[in-house]
Design a protein around this ligand. Structure first.
Ligand SMILES: [Mg+2]
Length: 122
């Protein structure tokens, strides 16, 4: 059963992503509100995939990507970053520090499902 961690500070966006992911059969979704919360959740459970927003208070998505990639326990978990439309620099930076893919806002459910399935090996 794939275990997915959704990291997003906006409750509306978080709900939208979680709801879309429930269309993936048997997936289990855990939500985190920022990078610090995500690290807390990573330490208590094993995840198959991380979907993370870039702009978040406390700890943003870029910092989270670099910490995950530098931690031997988490470094192999695929990360899909959620980017603001047109934020080319953030996108490039995220990919250069180890994010596997990006999903631009406004989020298209079908694209989200396609990407997630790709990284879950479906
Ligand atoms: Mg945000």
């Amino acid at each position: 059963m794939p275990n997915i961690l959704v990291v997003e500070d906006s409750p509306t966006m978080r709900q939208l992503v979680s709801f879309a992911l429930k269309r993936i059969q048997g997936s289990n979704v855990t939500e985190a509100i920022d990078g610090v919360d995500a690290l807390k959740k990573l330490s208590s459970e094993r995840f198959d995939l991380i979907l993370a927003d870039i702009n978040m208070p406390v700890m943003d998505g870029l910092k989270l990507v670099s910490l995950v990639r530098n931690d031997p326990n988490y470094k192999d978990i695929p990360i899909i970053i959620i980017t603001t439309e047109g934020a080319e620099e953030d996108k490039k930076r995220a990919l250069s520090i180890g994010a596997n893919a990006y999903l631009p806002k406004p989020i298209q459910t079908q694209e989200l499902i396609r990407l997630v399935n790709q990284f879950l090996g479906k």
